[in-house]
Design a protein around this ligand. Structure first.
Ligand SMILES: [Zn+2]
Length: 330
């Protein structure tokens, strides 16, 4: 089993919505990097523009990249990446989703971010994640054109329709029926396999209930069932949806449950995600106090230890996509 660690490497507390941008959390990242190194895992840091604006942050990431112990990819936060739209200039609290942008603006921001990363890290980024999970088919086309190999913005079983960015925005994508295993997304509908040119490595979100098979009629039915008490009850009793990330209700046994569900469903890769800001006290709603950061590190250490013991093979996102394309003759 392959194991990919993705880190949205971005400004402090992007949940507050106050429009302020600081990157103090990057100073705290070395503890995480050391932990990855201790277990022989090479994380993929998906860097947002605001982090590239800070010299010390750039140097930190460059150091790990040079050492060969980390990979640097891209994370598009439209609200910090130039050029800025009139709406963004008027109100810094507007946090557009990439899928809500006009195509020209989307193209410009993404190109800008890609060129900057190429310049700073002396090689083009290969892995990508959209800010606020806002992926759409146009973005896939742009990623292919700019030479990206992998995207990891798809969150199977989840819809971001209620996530609003622009004032007159359309909300985020609906990934509820997206595949759980890597695929080459269609440029028309990113939830379906299609023409390709890019490997989608979805976030690992699985039904860990023993009786549930991914892609079965029951799983599909449950995935589109509206949120509510009925869904919550069925989830607790039967489906047991788990995301390979730290959530307020995460427990150590989730890691084993996810691993076993991946095996039952013949998956060959697990993808963990975290925001860099979640690793700093006060950096996110999840890590308000120093004790919560210790709790997060406790869970991550358990995860690394348990997966290492199971013999997982750590691999960065871009490298995984390259090995995948060799296998599949892309
Ligand atoms: Zn982000």
């Amino acid at each position: 089993m392959k194991f990919i660690i993705t880190v949205d490497t971005e400004a402090d507390d992007q949940w507050s919505g106050n429009g302020r941008i600081s990157v103090a959390n990057i100073r705290h990242l070395s503890r995480f990097q050391s932990l990855c190194e201790e277990y022989g895992f090479r994380p993929s840091y998906l860097a947002a523009w605001e982090v590239l604006e800070d010299r010390e942050s750039r140097e930190t990431l460059r150091k790990w990249q040079k050492k060969g112990t980390a990979e640097i990819g891209a994370h598009l936060h439209p609200w910090t990446t130039p050029p800025f739209t009139e709406e963004e200039q008027k109100d810094p609290r507007v946090r557009s989703l990439p899928c809500e942008l006009d195509d020209e603006v989307l193209d410009q921001k993404l190109t800008h971010l890609t060129e900057r990363l190429t310049e700073e890290f002396h090689q083009p980024p290969e892995g990508f994640r959209a800010g606020r999970w806002g992926l759409d088919g146009r973005l896939v086309s742009h990623l292919v054109r700019l030479g990206y190999l992998a995207d990891c913005s798809v969150t199977p079983k989840l819809s971001w329709k209620e996530t609003m960015g622009r004032r007159a925005g359309t909300g985020g994508p609906d990934f509820r029926l997206a595949p759980v295993r890597p695929y080459t997304p269609s440029h028309e509908d990113v939830c379906r396999p299609g023409a390709g040119g890019l490997l989608e490595v979805p976030a690992t979100i699985l039904y860990t209930g023993l009786l549930v098979r991914e892609e079965s009629a029951a799983a599909r039915w449950f995935s589109v069932l509206p949120e509510g008490p009925m869904k919550r009850m069925l989830d607790r009793l039967v489906f047991r949806r788990r995301w390979l990330r730290i959530e307020p209700w995460s427990r150590r046994r989730d890691w084993a449950d996810i691993y076993r569900a991946a095996e039952r469903n013949d998956l060959d890769v697990l993808e963990f995600m975290i925001h860099s800001s979640e690793l700093m006290p006060g950096g996110s709603p999840l890590s308000k106090a120093p004790q919560s950061v210790e709790w997060i590190y406790g869970l991550i250490t358990d995860l690394f230890r348990d997966y290492r013991a199971r013999g997982v093979e750590g691999i960065p996102l871009g490298e995984y996509a390259r090995s995948h394309s060799t296998l599949h003759g892309r």
